[in-house]
Design a protein around this ligand. Structure first.
Ligand SMILES: Nc1ncnc2c1ncn2[C@@H]1O[C@H](COP(=O)(O)OP(=O)(O)OP(=O)(O)O)[C@@H](O)[C@H]1O
Length: 371
């Protein structure tokens, strides 16, 4: 459906996308996950024909985006990070304008507009000027224009940025609904977003694909080189001497606790289970283990591990991952953290929202992916 091969994009001397290759198959929701500046928007803009790549190819249903742009773009509906909206049009006028741009046959137009407005729940707002809509409704209108013509592939760049938690849930439900008939690719730097919505995750960091799999498999893979945390009684130097003899450990951190025990956070080597060996080594050193448990890697661990250390060697990665996890263990397990993160993003996103000039919008819509 989409084949991206060895994609490179350089802005002057800065490489924003560096040798990206992946395939997207029909009928799933793909998440493009990465921190700010990872290269998500650049990649989406190349896939949808907004900008050209420096090197590499993109084929949509077999059509090269540079050689056969019209055919390729026909298969795609795109919601860029800044929705291409005309603020002085009503929702109805705008939908008619988009239908016209996308060359929807006149006899199907009114029914399709009606259906899409129903689906994206903007019908009640159809006579309202877009400039008077809330950010959530503007995003829905942006989604509606992407869906117009029912393209096979719908690409959404950060579709929930700037929305409040209720709007985020509504847009996520809408995206899940879209996936029944379309292949959806969305980008996000918010992990909870991707794990809540996507069947398949591609993690991108510094312009490179660092992992791609289902959220479940990514978590499983990380667990095969997981973390042990333990409380051990004894002198920290004796404990360290014993820990050093254990083959299955990659790295460790030992910290004296106020209660006289030593807290250990131990990174296991890939596909090794050193628990038994550790037990005997510490028993021989007469340092009893008072508690030991295996930390389960969450998708958040995978994300942080992979995106912050894209250029680190493996052992350094292990140590830093261990520190991050040890640090995170101290934080509360509040699941609202993600929502807070989204909220923080929301406010900055809203500030960034600026009215585009009509010319810019028309350029976006005619050159940029809308067929
Ligand atoms: N037109 C441009 N000229 C120069 N540098 C650019 C341009 N567009 C993007 N970049 C740089 O390329 C890198 C990737 O940017 P991109 O917008 O693709 O990242 P992103 O993952 O979408 O981030 P965000 O989530 O912040 O939008 C960044 O370092 C960015 O500063």
């Amino acid at each position: 459906m989409i084949e991206v091969e060895n994609l490179v994009k350089r802005y002057g001397s800065h490489t924003a996308v560096n040798g990206l290759s992946f395939k997207v198959e029909q009928g799933q929701i793909y998440g493009f996950l990465g921190p700010n500046g990872a290269g998500k928007s650049t990649t989406m803009n190349i896939i949808t024909g907004y900008i050209a790549s420096t090197e590499g190819t993109v084929r949509i249903n077999g059509h090269d985006i540079l050689e056969e742009p019209q055919e390729a773009r026909k298969c795609i509906g795109y919601l860029p990070e800044q929705p291409p909206l005309y603020f002085d049009m009503t929702v109805q006028e705008y939908m008619e304008f988009v239908a016209d741009l996308k060359k929807i046959p006149k006899n199907r137009r009114s029914a399709m507009i009606d259906e899409i407005m129903q689906m994206t729940k903007i019908k009640d707002m159809k006579n309202r000027l877009i400039k008077n809509l809330s950010k959530g409704y503007r995003q829905r209108v942006g989604l509606a224009q992407a869906v117009m013509g029912y393209p096979e592939i719908i690409i959404l760049d950060e579709p929930t940025v700037g929305l409040d938690p209720k709007q985020i849930i509504e847009i996520r439900d809408l995206i899940k609904g879209l996936a029944k008939k379309h292949t959806v690719i969305l980008s996000s730097h918010i992990l909870s977003e991707v794990s809540a919505v996507c069947d398949y995750v591609m993690i991108i960091a510094k312009g490179e694909l660092v992992a791609s799999d289902t959220p479940e498999n990514l978590t499983k893979k990380m667990q095969s080189c997981g973390i042990l945390s333990a409380a051990i009684k004894g002198d920290i130097q004796n404990i360290e001497a014993a820990v050093k003899t254990v083959n299955g450990l990659e790295s460790w951190e030992l910290t004296n606790q106020e209660d006289g025990t030593v807290a250990a956070v131990l990174q296991m080597k890939e596909n090794m289970d050193p628990r038994e060996e550790l037990f005997y080594a510490l028993a021989e050193a007469k340092c009893p283990i008072l508690m030991m448990k295996q930390e389960k890697a969450s998708l958040e661990d995978v994300f942080l591990e992979l995106t912050s250390d894209a250029n680190q060697d493996k052992s350094e990665k292990g140590k830093r991952g261990l520190k991050k996890r040890a640090g995170r263990k101290k934080k509360s397990d509040d699941s609202n953290e993600d929502v807070a993160e989204s909220l923080a993003e929301s406010s900055s996103g809203t500030e960034e929202m600026e009215e585009e000039s009509a010319d810019e919008i028309a350029d976006n819509m005619t050159e940029g992916g809308l067929s």
